[in-house]
Design a protein around this ligand. Structure first.
Ligand code: PLP
Length: 388
């Protein structure tokens, strides 16, 4: 059912989703059953209890593992639950290297919760792979990066960091995990570049319709797959059947949605780059982006996440209050365009000095360009920027 000979869009629609053998239903049924009939003592048909496995969740795990080119997928109740699962098996004294500009919730978890359990963290600028190399200790058990970063759209060379990880630690090396939420497997496949784990908040582009939370870990390593399966069973933060079904439905159109997101993203970035009230545009698809060359070889498109500078908190506030087609709201990756003020929303948990150091200013605004008609999006930005 998992056919790597098929192209991406075909696998998105079919992998893990063969017609139901009993009824022929073309869509994977929503299995709302917590428990399953056993055929005898220690005899079951593959399912015993839904925390451990559920046929609807199995389908989304198989499909996403296929799209990322991994061996197994492990779905969790949210992106944060997936990241928490990633570090659950670490022990007192273990050390993690994490990018210094990752999703705000990841920083919050890695500074305010997980260290309570005796796990140590180093936050480094992974856009220079040398910084990862320098931070490695004998106790380093995980490297977690995000590329492009949120919201500054800084890239990390996945292949270079993977090589460093695999030269250190116990063979096959320190596992490298990449948060691929901003790109989706349509635009970036970290496993092909050497990563061991791909993590997603499926809440964003994979589900794609802003109507369900979820997270996934995909891996190539059998030892890690076993751990993730064990954590799903032990801690229970798994993706519900209904939300699994929503992700399956969303992923069927991932390829066509991403093409349109990318096309609209490029148009909006080009428009903003010329606007007199915008002093800086952060988008890897602009030739002015310092890592444009890396973006072109590591990614298959540039996506629709753009950050831009409007000079002050007051200007950002005016802009966010003036949009009509675009919605002022957190989150990203849905069919609708969303705009947000990073310093007070997604990155509010960062101390002011960290925000200042990495460049999340009071005038920085992030837009997730949706797939509405581009003329309407541009006209909306035009009138909202005019209000500043
Ligand atoms: C949203 C997001 C997360 C967290 O996912 P949730 O589903 O909200 O828990 C993690 N990483 C990135 C890049 C995100 O955008």
């Amino acid at each position: 059912m998992n056919n790597q000979n098929h192209a991406f869009s075909t696998r998105a629609i079919h992998d893990g989703q063969a017609p139901d053998p009993r009824t022929g239903a073309v869509n994977v049924p929503l299995y709302l059953s917590s428990t399953y009939q056993l055929e005898g003592i220690e005899k079951h048909r593959g399912w015993e209890y839904s925390r451990v496995s559920n046929p609807t969740r199995d389908a989304v795990e198989i499909c996403l593992a296929s799209l990322e080119g991994g061996a197994t997928g492990h779905a969790f109740a949210s992106g944060m639950a997936a990241i928490a699962a990633l570090v659950t098996m670490l022990k007192v004294g273990d050390h993690v290297i994490c990018g210094d500009n990752v999703y705000g919730g990841t920083t919050r978890l890695f500074t305010q919760v997980i260290p309570h359990h005796g796990i140590e963290f180093s936050f480094v600028d992974t856009s220079n792979p040398e910084n990862v190399c320098r931070a490695i200790r004998p106790t380093t058990k995980l490297v977690h990066i995000e590329t492009p970063t949120n919201p500054l759209m800084t890239l990390t060379d996945i292949r270079a960091v993977a090589n460093i990880c695999h030269e250190h630690g116990i063979p096959p090396g320190i596992p490298l995990s990449v948060d691929n939420t901003f790109m989706s497997p349509w635009f970036q496949r970290p496993i092909e570049l050497g990563a061991d784990i791909v993590m997603h908040s499926t809440t964003k582009f994979l589900n794609g319709h802003s109507d369900g939370l979820g997270g996934i870990l995909v891996t190539t390593r059998p030892d890690l797959a076993e751990q993730f399966r064990f954590v799903q069973k032990c801690t229970g933060g798994i993706l519900s059947p209904f939300e699994s079904w929503l992700v399956l439905r969303g992923v069927k159109t991932l390829a066509v949605r991403m093409r349109q997101h990318d096309e609209n993203g490029r148009r909006v970035a080009a428009y903003l780059a010329k606007h007199p009230k915008v002093s800086r545009v952060l988008y890897p698809g602009l030739a002015t982006h310092p890592q444009y060359e890396l973006a072109k070889c590591q990614m298959h498109g540039f996506g629709s996440m753009i950050a831009f500078e409007v000079g002050s908190r007051a200007n950002a506030d005016k802009l966010l209050q003036s949009v009509r087609v675009i919605t002022n709201g957190e989150s990203l990756g849905g069919v609708e365009s969303l705009i947000s003020h990073s310093a007070t929303t997604t990155h509010a948990a960062l101390p002011q000095e960290t925000r200042d150091r990495i460049g999340i200013t009071e005038g920085l605004v992030r837009i997730s360009v949706g797939i509405e008609d581009i003329a309407d999006i541009l006209a909306d930005l035009d009138q909202a920027l005019a209000a500043i």
